[in-house]
Design a binder for this molecule. Structure first.
Ligand SMILES: [Zn+2]
Ligand SMILES: [Zn+2]
Ligand SMILES: [Zn+2]
Length: 328
């Protein structure tokens, strides 16, 4: 055996570790300062009631006049037949004769109301990230006070545009030895245990081939081949610190903007699947947009008023624990 353990003293043996797991261990994270007021992922509730909106006086809409001026679409016999024919045509093997010729005896109209609440909210979390330390200046805690999570200025995207942005929190950077290579910048190759060569796959290290009996041509009779994992070097540059030996750890702010949707369709009086009715096109009766909308009150259909209250309550409760509502 010609195993050569060169530089073994300065290259740590990480062959037992997976080489593609750059995440620092929990043990390391415990040694980093705990910025509890920043890193409040699960620990604290972040609630930001849009106080400006709460003081807003809203003139309740006058439903009789709105309903009077709305044009609720009326389905005539021609419209119904056209809709049926277009449905039949969308199916490859349906014949159109029946749909074209049958006699419509009665058309029953049904008016449905749909309530839809869209809530645009922002949530923030912070997490530790790291990158190789390349001698750039480090913005650590000695450079200034740590900002609070919700005090950090973040450019808000256009309303109702979902997005996620990451930014580094100032004054949180710290330089530590790389946790992966323990500050060596490289580690012993796990493929060849640092020797740079592996047993020849053709002769299994016997240096000879049996048929015909001859010296193994692949390894020229040495019984070993160059290790392809490390190109024969016996060690690998640490991918985590890219050989820099040290890492800069900083807190990163992850801001996410999301739309939550609540939808309700009033009770149908005809035997027709509710999910199909929910897709029907119609007339928009009332639209409101603000920092926080008020529930609809005194709507002729009480279930719509109740649904509106329920939707607003559900969104407020769900989002209060995760972030703040920006617009509804
Ligand atoms: Zn190797
Ligand atoms: Zn060989
Ligand atoms: Zn490293």
């Amino acid at each position: 055996m010609d195993r050569d353990l060169r530089d073994n003293d300065c290259v740590s043996d990480l062959s037992f570790e997976s080489e593609d797991s750059p995440a620092p261990s929990t043990e390391l994270l415990e040694r980093l300062p705990s910025y509890d007021h920043l890193l409040q992922r699960d620990s604290q509730q972040v609630s930001f009631p849009p106080s400006e909106a709460l003081g807003r006086l809203l003139e309740p809409p006058s439903w009789p006049s709105i309903l009077e001026h709305s044009r609720v679409p009326v389905v005539t016999e021609a419209v119904a037949r056209e809709a049926l024919l277009s449905f039949v045509n969308s199916k490859c093997c349906y014949g159109t004769a029946a749909a074209r010729d049958f006699v419509i005896q009665e058309l029953r109209q049904q008016t449905l109301c749909r309530y839809r609440l869209e809530t645009f909210s922002e949530s923030r979390i912070s997490e530790w990230t790291f990158q190789p330390f390349t001698n750039h200046s480090v913005n650590g805690p000695q450079r200034g006070t740590l900002p609070k999570l919700w005090d950090i200025q973040v450019q808000v995207p256009a309303m109702f545009q979902e997005d996620t942005r990451k930014s580094q929190v100032p004054h949180t950077s710290l330089v530590k030895d790389c946790h992966k290579c323990r500050g060596h910048g490289r580690y012993k190759c796990s493929g060849c245990h640092g020797s740079g060569t592996v047993r020849c796959p053709a002769c299994s290290g016997t240096k000879r081939r049996a048929r015909p009996p001859r010296r193994c041509p692949l390894c020229s009779g040495s019984g070993r081949r160059r290790c392809s994992a490390c190109s024969g070097r016996g060690r690998k540059t640490c991918a985590t610190c890219r050989g820099e030996r040290k890492l800069v750890h900083s807190v990163q702010l992850v801001t996410t903007w999301r739309n939550s949707v609540f939808e309700f369709v009033s009770e149908p009086h005809l035997d027709c699947p509710r999910e199909l009715l929910g897709k029907a096109r119609g007339e928009s009766l009332f639209r409101d947009e603000n920092l926080a909308v008020y529930p609809i009150v005194d709507f002729p259909l009480q279930e719509i008023s109740l649904a509106s209250r329920r939707g607003i309550e559900e969104h407020s409760a769900a989002l209060a624990s995760r972030g703040r509502i920006l617009q509804q």
